[in-house]
Structures are given as structure tokens and as C-alpha cells.
Design a protein around this ligand. Structure first.
Ligand SMILES: C[S@@+](CC[C@H](N)C(=O)[O-])C[C@H]1O[C@@H](n2cnc3c(N)ncnc32)[C@H](O)[C@@H]1O
Length: 225
């Protein structure tokens, strides 16, 4: 199956070749060791109908979609990760049809109100314009449609770590980690964009052992009003 090419109408491609190689090689094993894989299952549990996944990376969520999902449109702008996602979509463990497409969160390549649910996992940290992207997610969700999110962000009640996150984000962090900012406030951003019924829980990853700037996760859902 050929890798879908970028359409200029959906924004310029994102290119992070070094990060993409690193993520492709290490993310699957890191998911298992850190407990992220279990959180992905919780992120997707109970979903059904048409789903858009924003910034799908190498497709680590694909095998965890429930059978009630009729189609996943997986949007990924980075060419190497998109090629990986195409391979992941064909794996035997994937129970639902997954179409991998090029595109950016800020200009999602699907029509208004065409999706029952949207999924953002570990992606809001990497977007140049989070509000624009969330406004796009609102546009493509049907009224009452659900956003599921699993994101990392600002360390709560750890001022030393918050200072470290700020310093990292203002210097080498985005350059080293594919545009990632460790200290954003994903739940605040989701609320500011106009989602309602926001519910979430905080998880620290890994649960035991040392913490890192990207250890402070939120796992939850919200709705388009
Ligand atoms: C840390 S990876 C997470 C990948 C995947 N969502 C996961 O859970 O493993 C961040 C992803 O965001 C993607 N990304 C970066 N900028 C983006 C944009 N403007 N629109 C959509 N995705 C973007 C990257 O290419 C990458 O796949």
C-alpha cells in the first residue's frame, strides 16, 4: 500500500527526521515499560462510530480501537511516521479499518461534523498552534461528539519541575523532541477551545521510579457542545 502523499491544501508537511527515527524505534518498547500501553487502552475504551486520530505517529493506538469503531481516519504529517502508521494499520491485531492520511491538526482533511469522536494522544505538546488545532477538532466532530485525550503537561505541585519544564521548552526541548513542549496545560487548552463535560485523571509515567519533564499525564474526555 503506498504511503499517502501530503496535499498542499492541508498545510505544509512536518519534518522531524531524527525524532521520527528515534520515536519509531523506541516508542513501542517504552510504551510497555512505562505503562503507557495500558493508558492507551483506557483512552480508547468504549469508542464507536467514525473516529479521527490527530497526529497518529507510528500508529501505536491502532490495535487498541474497539470493534465498535467503524473507521479511523489517522492524520499524520511527518512522512516517516506516516509510512510507519500505514504498516501498523495493516497489522493482524488491528480490528477496525484505519485510513492513514497526510495532514496537519490545524487543517484536518475531513468535512464538518463528520466524526463521532476524535483522539489526541501525546500530540498537543507538539503543535505550533494548539487552539487552532482544537478548533479544527470541534469543527470535524458532530454536536455531542467526544474528544478523548491522553497528553502530558505541566507538573502539578512540583515548582522545581515546572521551572525545569519552562527552561527546557524555551531552549532545546522542542528542537530535540520533534517540537514537543513539556510544560503545556492540555486540559486548560481544551476548556479554552470550548469543549464541555471535561473529565480526566492525572497519571505519572512511569508510575514508580524517576520522573522526567514529560512524566505528568492527563487521561480523559470532553465533548463538542
Ligand atoms: C510524540 S508523537 C505522538 C504520536 C502518537 N499520537 C502517539 O500517541 O504515539 C507526536 C506526533 O505529533 C505529530 N505532529 C507534529 N506536528 C503536528 C501537526 N501540526 N499536526 C498533526 N500532528 C503533528 C508528530 O508528527 C508526531 O507523530
Amino acid at each position: 500500500m503506498p504511503v499517502p502523499a501530503a496535499n498542499p491544501a492541508h498545510g505544509r508537511p512536518v519534518r522531524h527526521p531524527v525524532f521520527a527515527r528515534f520515536y519509531e524505534r523506541l516508542s513501542e518498547a517504552a510504551d510497555v515499560q512505562s505503562g503507557v500501553r495500558a493508558h492507551r487502552g483506557e483512552l480508547l475504551a468504549g469508542l464507536g462510530g467514525r473516529v479521527i486520530e490527530v497526529g497518529a505517529g507510528n500508529g501505536l493506538n491502532f490495535a487498541r480501537y474497539p470493534a465498535e469503531v467503524s473507521r479511523v481516519t489517522a492524520v499524520e504529517p511527518e512522512p516517516r511516521l506516516r509510512a510507519s502508521a500505514v504498516r501498523a494499520a495493516r497489522a493482524a491485531a488491528v480490528r477496525v479499518p484505519v485510513s492513514v492520511v497526510a495532514g496537519r491538526a490545524e487543517a484536518l482533511p475531513v468535512g464538518d461534523a463528520t466524526c463521532d469522536a476524535a483522539v489526541c494522544s501525546l500530540v498537543l505538546c507538539s503543535l505550533p498552534d494548539v487552539q487552532k488545532a482544537l478548533t479544527e477538532v470541534l469543527r470535524v466532530l458532530r454536536p455531542g461528539g467526544e474528544l478523548r485525550f491522553y497528553e502530558h503537561g505541566r507538573a502539578q505541585e512540583r515548582p522545581g519541575m515546572v521551572r525545569f519544564q519552562r527552561a527546557l521548552d524555551a531552549t532545546v526541548g522542542p528542537f530535540l523532541f520533534g517540537g514537543c513542549h513539556s510544560g503545556r496545560d492540555p486540559v486548560g487548552e481544551i476548556g479554552a477551545a470550548g469543549f464541555t463535560d471535561i473529565s480526566f485523571r492525572r497519571v505519572v509515567v512511569p508510575q514508580d521510579g524517576p520522573v522526567f519533564p514529560a512524566s505528568f499525564h492527563v487521561l480523559g474526555g470532553a465533548r463538542r457542545p
